[in-house]
Design a binder for this molecule. Sequence first.
Ligand SMILES: Nc1ncnc2c1ncn2[C@@H]1O[C@H](COP(=O)(O)OP(=O)(O)OP(=O)(O)O)[C@@H](O)[C@H]1O
Ligand SMILES: [Mg+2]
Length: 274
Amino acid sequence: MPKEKPELSEAIKKKMAGKTFEKNPIQGTKYTIAISSAKGGVGKSTFASNIALALKRIGCKVGLLDADIYGPSLPKLLSINEKPESDGKTLTPINKYGLQCMSIGFLTEEQTPMIWRGPMVTSAIKTFTQKVLWKDLDFIIVDMPPGTGDTQLTFSQEIKMDGAIIVSTPQELALQDVKRGIKMFDKLGVKILGLVDNMSYFTGDDGKKYKIFGEGGVRRTAEEFDKEFLGEIPINPEVGKCGDEGKPIAEANPDHEISKIYLDFAKKIKSTYL
Ligand SMILES: Nc1ncnc2c1ncn2[C@@H]1O[C@H](COP(=O)(O)OP(=O)(O)OP(=O)(O)O)[C@@H](O)[C@H]1O
Ligand SMILES: [Mg+2]
């Protein structure tokens, strides 16, 4: 699958140089929060869907916007197979598990060739942020694609983002990209709420913690860039299973130890803003 370019390319640097951008808020929400990481496959979409559901559980009104035009996850993660209603000018988000949801995956066939998706990125983001009838929300949680490409740039420059949460595994390889992502948000003036260490360890049947991807890397990166370290989420096969079944763990099993971790993150986000 083609990923967005991992580096801040010369073209992007040029686009950014010396410009100030007028940022539009998304109508229908009080706050917009991005779940990001320049690295792919670290659990952004899983975190985004679970944190949205945890926020709902503590009484917030929440929207979930899948900003991954190349590889949308929301249709599968929340098991949504219908198309949103439209009057030709606006789109109505799809309600699932009490969340207002939107994804390019609701609008295009899964097989839409990748070569057609590139030019769709900016226009799709504009549609999702300006033409979707989000209603009375406290938060829109934006599930970002991997990379530091056009999607991140369009969001950071043109849309009022109230915060970004960076998700990473503790692996050095992931952290290299994460550092690039942090620098990009810093440069574009998007407040980073903090870093989450996802898949930090696995607890075996023997009760021992196995730190498969190394230890402490995300916390160290947070310290290095003077950002808050928000906490750890261990590897748990239930997380993947629930995602595959289209009902994230925070919804499927709210009393699970992992769901309680998402709930703690959600309480922190709620108390930061509301
Ligand atoms: N804490 C966890 N425990 C077990 N599995 C997890 C955990 N977090 C994420 N996963 C699994 O890791 C895989 C990647 O997760 P996900 O799709 O959320 O990553 P992503 O960062 O959004 O990927 P992409 O960069 O492709 O958008 C999925 O199979 C998911 O179920
Ligand atoms: Mg994803």
